[in-house]
Design a protein around this ligand. Structure first.
Ligand code: DC
Length: 229
């Protein structure tokens, strides 16, 4: 069977990773959550005091980049990939509100993007990969055979993230999450380096009114169409 590259981009908290992960598991592809990589760099910066009152200490972060090792391993119980930062499991910590509210300025730094894009391209060299993020179809894998751009209303996305945090027993305020979602949309779309945009050859999926099952089905059909087309 032909192996392809699948790029799934879109707004934050729109269910991209759920559908990308499930598809990868079903078709035996590697799944990479590129947002987790930006989040891991952000956690590193927070833990090492690189956020000061005057913003990010970009010089120190630039020096540290070669020493920031990000990897993914399958959790044997859930069979889902979890994120490691320099050998430490950080999956829960990178999803915290603290990281969510600091990640956009980190993801806007050109030297951070350059380093992570290089690693992402390396991971996808052999194809057979599903990667989700913001610039996968436009920058990381412009030649991907299947590109999807996912969107949903900000309120629906905030509600999903709220439910997710609550389910994990974490404190959450809907209003705070909604303003974080809107702020990240703005920064993601307006940053100078690799702003979020739909690739010309990407298929648009608005999943505001779709169940997880329905969007899974839709994605599986797109995959079949490309494989057999
Ligand atoms: O998908 P997410 O919410 O976990 O992404 C976290 C942040 O990283 C988000 O603010 C956008 C940024 N990001 C990016 O700039 N490029 C990517 N390929 C993936 C995420």
């Amino acid at each position: 069977m032909k192996r392809i590259t699948i790029a799934i981009d879109g707004y934050s908290s729109c269910g991209k990773s759920t559908m990308a992960k499930d598809l990868a598991r079903e078709i035996g592809y590697i799944y990479i959550d590129s947002g987790a990589m930006y989040r891991a760099v952000t956690l590193y910066a927070l833990e090492n005091g690189l956020f000061g009152s005057e913003g990010i200490d970009t010089e120190k972060l630039k020096q540290a980049i070669p020493n920031i090792q990000i990897s993914f391993q399958l959790n044997p119980e859930t069979q889902r990939p979890v994120t490691y930062l320099n050998g430490k499991l950080v999956e829960d910590r990178i999803r915290s509100m603290e990281v969510s509210s600091h990640v956009s300025p980190i993801a806007a730094l050109d030297f951070v993007r350059e380093a992570l894009v290089k690693q992402q391209q390396e991971m996808g060299k052999a194809k057979g990969i599903v990667m989700d993020g913001r610039d996968i179809g436009t920058v990381v894998f412009p030649d991907a055979e299947l590109k999807i751009f996912v969107t949903a209303s900000a309120e629906i996305r905030a509600q999903r993230r709220y439910d997710e945090l609550k389910a994990k027993g974490q404190e959450a305020s809907f209003e705070e999450i909604l303003s974080n979602v809107k702020e990240r949309d703005y920064i993601d779309q307006n940053r100078a380096v690799s702003p979020l945009r739909q690739a010309e050859d990407a298929l648009l999926l608005d999943n505001s009114n779709l169940t997880i099952e329905e969007q899974k089905q839709w994605l599986a059909e797109q995959y079949q169409r490309v494989i057999h087309g």
